[in-house]
Ligand binder design. Structure first.
Ligand code: PLP
Length: 380
């Protein structure tokens, strides 16, 4: 099965490499402006991209304003100040950190650095689509290992799928689109089996939302465990800086050294470096974001239970639930009621929706719309 197969026959008179010919453009969700234009209505809200409805930290906004007048300057190619600040916060060595233009950039760098033609990549399915894109780009096969019935990574099956050709294994924790996590025991069992040459990438884009939970595993010790591990985190989600493009990886200095050779020297812009440092200093903002998310979860669960719609309890800032109907229809119905969501069909789950937890008012708007829609559906 390949997520990229269906649109792979892009017609062009230009010759591109066969691997590029297999790539499909990223399917972004519709923007608020686009939907308002198309439907001729205003007041649309977007709960489709797991953005933080609280916005960025005011400290970060202030830093960006201050740095705006310095945009004639190139950024620090070594990201020194941000690296020092983050290393201190995480209690890791500065050499173990690599920054990227979003953590997407680091996924891309891992691919071009470590994958040669014929190598293999393993990821869960449904999960984040950028891993398979990295495999395809580098002429590699990506094995998609189905999630278990409760939508969690099947780490035993992922370990079973490792062959002599496997170079990268991606574990998404919490997983996108399902919000589920793997346990410490499952990870321990996985790492006891994974061969030393494999690099395991643990994508923790939603780390801040999950970190307070006692079931959420602490993965930093795996970096020094003798196995190759890269942990990915981002300023796009709980830090509310998705538009700025700032992500990072925590890994051995050895892996980091290779990624630092591969990356573009100025892959992290000056504004992002300044805002990142300021955002790190504002723990209160992250705490507020996580707190709002916890209340939002309960808002969702209450209505989903009332409507009898099964959902996966989430460790992220989004909820994955079964609409019990074609999710494209549910999506369109919700769109006309003013809310943009994400359909599950692109993740191979045609009755599911993934909806971002927003502000209390946004959640109420979505949940009321859903109640009306499901009500209509049940009575028609
Ligand atoms: C949002 C997300 C990312 C990427 O975020 P960036 O904005 O590129 O830092 C990475 N992985 C997962 C699973 C995500 O959901």
């Amino acid at each position: 099965m390949s997520l990229n197969a269906e649109e792979s026959q892009y017609q062009s008179s230009l010759q591109v490499t066969p691997n590029i010919a297999k790539l499909v453009p990223y399917r972004h969700g519709k923007s608020v402006a686009e939907v308002e234009r198309e439907l001729g209505i205003t007041g649309i809200i977007k709960l489709a991209s797991n953005e933080n409805s609280l916005g960025p930290s005011p400290h970060a906004v202030k830093a960006m304003r201050e740095f705006a007048s310095r945009m004639n300057l190139y950024p620090d190619a070594g990201t020194y100040d941000l690296q020092q600040a983050l290393a201190a916060k995480l209690s890791v060595s500065p050499e173990s950190l690599v920054f990227g233009n979003g953590s997407d950039d680091i996924i891309h760098l891992l691919g071009i650095t470590f994958l040669s033609e014929g190598d293999e990549v393993i990821q869960a399915h449904p999960s984040f689509v950028r891993y398979e894109a990295a495999a395809t780009l580098n002429n590699c096969k990506c094995h998609l290992i189905p999630l278990t019935a409760d939508w969690t990574h099947d780490l035993d099956a992922m370990a079973d799928a490792i062959t002599d050709k496997t170079r990268l294994v991606f574990i998404t924790n919490p997983n996108n689109p399902t919000g589920t996590i793997v346990t410490q025991q499952a990870l321990d069992r996985y790492f006891a089996r994974v061969p030393d040459r494999v690099i395991t990438v643990i994508d923790e884009a939603y780390y801040e939302y999950a970190a307070n939970s006692s079931e959420y595993p602490n993965t930093l010790p795996f970096i020094n465990s003798g196995k190759h591990v890269a942990i990915l985190r981002t300023f796009s989600k709980a830090y509310g800086l998705a538009g700025l493009r700032l992500g990072y990886g925590i890994m051995s200095p050895e892996i980091a050294g290779w990624l630092n050779r591969t990356r573009e020297p100025f892959n992290v812009n000056l504004m992002a470096q300044a805002a990142g440092i300021a955002a790190l200093s504002d723990a209160q903002h992250v705490q507020d974001s996580v707190g709002a998310n916890e209340s939002g979860k309960l808002q969702f669960y209450t209505v989903l239970e009332e409507l009898g719609l099964p959902y996966a309890p989430t460790y992220g800032n989004f909820v994955w639930f079964d609409t019990g109907t074609d999710s494209k229809l549910a999506y369109t119905g919700l769109l006309h009621k003013g809310v943009i969501t994400r359909t599950g069909d692109i993740f191979g789950a045609p009755t599911y929706l993934r909806v971002t937890i927003g502000s209390e008012a946004e959640n109420a708007k979505l949940l009321n719309a859903l109640r009306e829609l499901i009500g209509d559906h049940k009575t028609s």
